[in-house]
Design a protein around this ligand. Structure first.
Ligand code: G4P
Length: 529
């Protein structure tokens, strides 16, 4: 198959949702369609169980399984589909943000009864900022939930999206009869008392066809006609270009658990979802069709076996063909590296691969060369953008609890930070180290892993910080900047890249600081124009 065809048949995407909306169930059903797994329940173990907020052993278990489910690839209708797993647990939100830099589109799952939830809002905002094409799947239609129109309003208002339904439910909960597939102009009905069997789609070019009344009953047919009329009146027609640009989001309805509406979603998805997209580097825009290989690290996974310090770095191929045993330039280190056993992922298996194409994810064994955001090329100096750090939510001083093991502690901290477990800040004033995390759980994970993988011990000490703000002065030599640095001295630190960070203790402080020093911009992410 030609290089171009290989690119065109790839769909690399992520599924995002608030925990419990049905992401795992949907993933599993998609894999079943692709023939990648034979039975339901295979992906399920990947979930961090509810109530596991302080159970870091659960996290360790999760870490082991999640290597296998980081990328789930399968072939469907000759398309190579790569699903990138995104952790649902909010304490790992940053991991999800980073994974979103490697997807070409996303599917957003929403629970019909709960509507738009907090975690969905945050994740969709990140996708919206990057204009990532999104499809919305409203799940659990077998249960009583919100009215379809109200839900679409909620999606538009709370998520700032502009939607158009491509399928529409016929009834809901107890009365749920099936789905009208607007995209394929078909009706699919649930049949059987237990609503587990699905009829083959019945084609309906004309919704006014009296046959409809016979099939779903006069009342339901009437309601459906009225609702569809409203749909056509209120919502814009599906426009592929707008969807790809992230300006229009198609909506599907269904029930992942009952496997209903999933095939419609998948069939439409592979038709409309974009193949690997160009990606911005600091130097230039890189197109997937370029023949020279480029790729970047978006995730690093530590080995589960503490005796082996090697890790798996996940690379998204942006352009060209990645080949085994070929030297590639590690741009940050300016050195060539060869990989003798690059892993490709297929369903839950990983295997050594000779060639990978744009859109694919390759797992590279790493002994500490990589950190998140690193770029590999065939020699060109390129730095892919878009993997910023976000301000952590929690901050604590980290202290060495075993003076004999200082070296191990710093090495451990260094590597865990490269993996993206948390962020390390060093106070300008006295060199003290502060760890910032998205969730409180990470502190336990760090302590546990330092001890078990590096033989080091640490303790934490509270510090009152509200947000980390990356500092961007208009003029580094200005009097204003000098004064800012003098007055705020106690609250200034460097992140791991050496960028200046202001650790603000409240929103009020941030506002006052911005007012007092208008020429100094404060950012909540480490990457800005
Ligand atoms: P998540 O990955 O987004 O966190 O959600 P997950 O798929 O694990 O689904 C959360 C719960 O919702 C599960 O039930 C799952 O069975 C259920 N669910 C998913 N899709 C549907 C659907 O279409 N209809 C209905 N009624 N339920 C659905 P659980 O009781 O938490 O887990 P389990 O015991 O069933 O595994």
């Amino acid at each position: 198959m030609s290089f171009l065809k290989e690119i065109q048949r790839r769909r690399t995407f992520g599924i995002i949702s608030h925990p419990d909306a049905g992401k795992t169930t949907l993933t599993e059903k998609l894999l079943l369609f692709g023939g990648a797994i034979q039975e339901a329940g295979a992906v399920k173990n990947n979930k961090i169980k509810k109530g596991a907020t302080s159970d870091f052993m659960e996290i360790e278990r999760q870490r082991g399984i999640s290597v296998a489910t980081s990328v789930l690839a399968f072939i469907y209708r000759d398309k190579k589909i790569n699903i990138l797993d995104t952790p649902g647990h909010k304490d790992f939100a940053e991991d999800t943000f980073r994974t979103l830099t490697a997807v070409d589109s996303v599917i957003v799952v929403i629970d019909v009864a709960k509507g738009v939830e907090e975690q969905t809002e945050k994740l969709v905002e990140v996708c919206r900022m990057r204009n990532i094409p999104m499809i919305v799947f409203i799940n659990k239609l077998d249960r009583e939930g919100k009215d379809a129109f109200d839900l679409m309003d909620e999606v538009e208002q709370k998520l700032g999206l502009s939607v158009t339904p491509l399928s529409f439910p016929i009834g809901m909960g107890y009365d749920f009869k099936g789905i009208y597939n607007i995209y394929g102009k078909k009706i699919n009905l649930f049949s059987g008392d237990n609503k587990q069997t699905i009829s083959e789609g019945i084609e309906f070019d004309d919704i006014n066809n009296p046959e409809l009344d016979k099939i779903i009953g006069e009342k339901s047919a009437q309601t459906l006609r009225e609702e569809l009329e409203l749909v056509y009146e209120v919502y814009p027609e599906f426009d592929h270009q707008k969807y790809v640009e992230g300006k229009l989001q198609p909506v599907f309805f269904g029930s992942a658990l009952n496997n209903f509406g999933v095939k419609e979603l998948l069939d439409c998805f592979i038709d409309i979802a974009p193949n690997p997209q160009p990606k911005k580097a600091e130097e230039r825009l890189v197109d997937s069709k370029e023949d020279k290989m480029t790729g970047f690290v978006f995730k690093i996974h530590a080995n589960m076996d503490p005796k082996h310090r090697d890790r798996l770095a996940f690379i998204k191929i942006v352009s060209g063909i990645f080949k085994r045993n070929t030297p590639y330039l590690h741009v940050r280190h300016n050195k060539n590296l060869k990989f003798s056993s690059p892993n490709a992922f297929f369903a839950e298996k990983k295997e050594i691969v000779e060639k990978s194409y744009p859109g694919d994810i390759v797992g590279l064994h790493d002994t500490g060369n990589f950190k998140i955001g690193d770029t590999l090329t065939e020699g060109e100096i390129l730095n892919f953008k878009g993997i910023p750090s976000f301000s952590p939510e929690h901050f604590r001083y980290v202290n060495n609890a075993d003076p004999m093991k200082a070296k191990q502690l710093y090495k451990g901290l260094d590597q865990l930070m490269d993996e993206g477990v948390a962020q390390l800040f060093t106070l300008d004033m006295n060199g003290r180290k502060i760890i910032g995390t998205v969730g409180a759980l990470q502190y336990e994970v760090i302590q546990y892993r330092l001890e078990h993988e590096y033989g080091a011990k640490c303790t934490y000490e509270n510090i009152h910080v509200h947000k980390a703000c990356w500092v961007q002065p208009e003029d580094e030599k200005s009097e204003e900047f000098k004064e800012f640095k003098r007055v705020k001295q106690r609250y200034l630190a460097k992140d791991k890249q050496g960028q200046l960070v202001f650790l603000a203790d409240s929103t009020f402080t941030i506002q006052m600081t911005q007012q007092k020093y208008p020429s100094i911009k404060l950012h909540f992410t480490s990457e800005f124009e």
